[in-house]
Design a binder for this molecule. Sequence first.
Ligand code: PEP
Ligand code: MG
Length: 864
Amino acid sequence: MRELLGGKGANISEMSRILGPERVPAGFTITTEACVAYMNAGRSEPAGLERQVADALLRLEQQAGKRLGASEDPLLVSVRSGARESMPGMMDTVLNLGMNDRSVVGLAKQTGNERFAWDSYRRFVQMFSNVCRGVPGEDIEDAIRSQKEKAGVKLDTELSVDDLKDLVETFKGLYRDKTGEDFPQNPQVQLRHAIWAVFDSWMGDRAVEYRRINRIPGDWGTAVNVQQMVFGNKGEGSCSGVAFSRDEITGAPEPSGDFLVNAQGEDVVSGVRTPLPLEEMKKIMPEAHSELLHILRALEAHYRDMQDTEFTVEEGRLYMLQTRSAKRPAQAAVRFAVDAVEETMLSREEAVATIDAARLDALLHPTFDPKAEFDVLARGVNASPGAAKGEIVFTADEAVAAAAEGRDVVLVRPFTEADDVAGFFAAKGILTSEGGKASHAALVARGMGRPAVCGASDLEIDLTAREVRVNGTVLGDGDRIAIDGSTGVVTTADVPLVAPEVDRNFHRVLEWSDEIRRLGVRTNADTPEDARKAREFGAEGIGLCRTEHMFMAAERQAKMRAMILAEEESERRAALDELMPLQQQDFEGLFEEMAGLPVTVRLLDPPLHEFLPHAEDLVHEIERARSENTDDLDELERTLEQVHHLAEVNPMLGTRGCRLAILHPEIYEMQVRAIVRAAMAVKRRSGHAPQLEIMIPLVAYEKELELMRELIEQTVEDAGGGSLDLTVGTMIELPRACFVADRIAEVADFFSFGTNDLTQTALGFSRDDVEGKFLAKYLERKIVDRSPFETVDKPGVGCLVRLAAWVGRESKPDLKLGICGEHGGDPDSIDFFHMAGLDYVSCSPYRVPIARVAAAQAAIAHAG
Ligand code: PEP
Ligand code: MG
């Protein structure tokens, strides 16, 4: 009943039903509806509220066996806000309500602690005057300061009983000056004012601003919780603490937590005194300890999840103040899921559903030790998970050279490009000042399982001076740096790392997930190493092999450039003939790793000039060649001319994908020949060829695919591959392709949604730029709540995916549907793709286990 009672109110009520009213301090909740009525009536109390509160208070007093304002063992209450969604610290709270000139005496007698009683009274008068009647905080602070001066002490805690009595009188004077009334001695009057104050605080500046940022509607209103105060500071038989139903770090079945004897809840969290571990409570208060353990189990069984609670023991009597599902690290989440099934508390489906799939990343990469404390140098986008430490290098070549000497390095660049890929292999991690989650650096790093922080825009990376300047610090070659690609943190501190482990528990969760899920899980892989890793992680095939990555190694680039620079087709064919055997070799390695499984090979996609040097670099080279009169001058000039010739204003919308092959079919022909030969060779050697799926990128018109299909079928036949298990399909990554998917389906055996380009083209957002430019502002202004390149934009891009899936299958019912954009590894997007009826998702190797769990969770969430 969160909507009516707010989160806190609903939670307290439910807990007192489960555990019995004697375990939860007595109280009542004034509903959010009352708050709405109060606001609608121009901040005046709705009819009937006063009487209902008086009735509820009477019941509360009966239940607690104490009375508000009594001179013997008085009842005190807290008055707290509690909205439907938690708004921590945004609204007002009044504690110790019920204190007055009589009950202070009763409390002193009851606790045998006069100072405690007067300090409680002093705090109440102070809080009530300020929160409920607007006595300025500065006046209160001044009064405390002059009292301390008079007493000759520095700290509040050093004030004597008499000082506190004086202070209460001073505060009462301030109250009278401000309100023209005496400080209310009647607890009923106190309570009414406190309730109004909490209602009013819903409309306070802080709360309004918080709601605006978090998009919480202003017409929800807050509930008000009036609850008996219990005291963990009533002597050695009292304590306060926090307890988890299982170990909060490891998930082991033993409850864990902290507590402090003779202390209030705030003392446990504030760190003023060092709390004791929960086991110690067994020795000090064995009875309360055993009751607590019993309760933790009961709460867990009720909520069917690991719990995080707060408790107080007041003179031997245990009270539970709060319970909620425990936030937990990945290893604890996995351990809990497995144990809960073994203990027959949860079914496999229920257990798998308790895991936060996105957090499982932490189990697959080393990370910064969560206990380590260090200074953060800068923050960027958490582009590829895991932590890395090493010396700064500025170029891929330096990374390769350093790695050859056995040195750990982090490759630091403003951004990366095709030329840098060898450096990714060599470096422990990648750090860039530009780009985001869909930048080249992020994509390549994730594919290789290298940690990366991208778009750390505070870093000024000066490649000429070979310096990184950041907030007054200057770092250079060889200086050590550490990055955590799971959090986006950059530091110069030598933070300890903790190793990943895929343990028995994680394996079991993955096995269960495989039994439950409907979606297939494949991987995006371009190398045998990636393919092997992905298979270890459970990939059921390759959903995307980006063949352009195969041409990026240094020794291939010369051949690739010769192909691009060719002026005649015959010249181009000669260059392609040299590339063919290399390409065949690559495919053989990949097909061997994936024997028997589907492998989707996408033919060349990027604009050709990506393989050529930059014009500025060439101009420098030409100047050098001229001044030194070297014989490569002609060649350089010819290259520059071609670079200019190929340059495009919008290369991402330019001559790439199938457009390239329509201009130069011989490129795809070569690739298809290499695929066929490789598959035949692998079949000869091992008896198993993969299920080949040849995929065409960037198709917008059905005619494009038709032409490509003819080209492929002809080439396969010519290469003697007629007996191979081979299908032809297309990427769906342009809005037009989605609209005409029925026509495209007529010439396609499968579709694979390229949601990176589809997001780019549907939104008109450059995938390489937005995260470094305006995305942060868009997040801040709540235009978007996640990067659309990370989680699929369901109403927009997602609608295009659903449309294409639907009309595609209308025209070809057995059309196979997959997704290979980065969203294929994002749990929230996976849920969407499950609902859209796709057959599989494909993601980078390190996300395969996450996708397996997320796909199972989608099946569980939408079962029946
Ligand atoms: C895509 O666009 O989603 C895709 C998978 O292709 P690429 O990222 O290589 O453009
Ligand atoms: Mg694409």
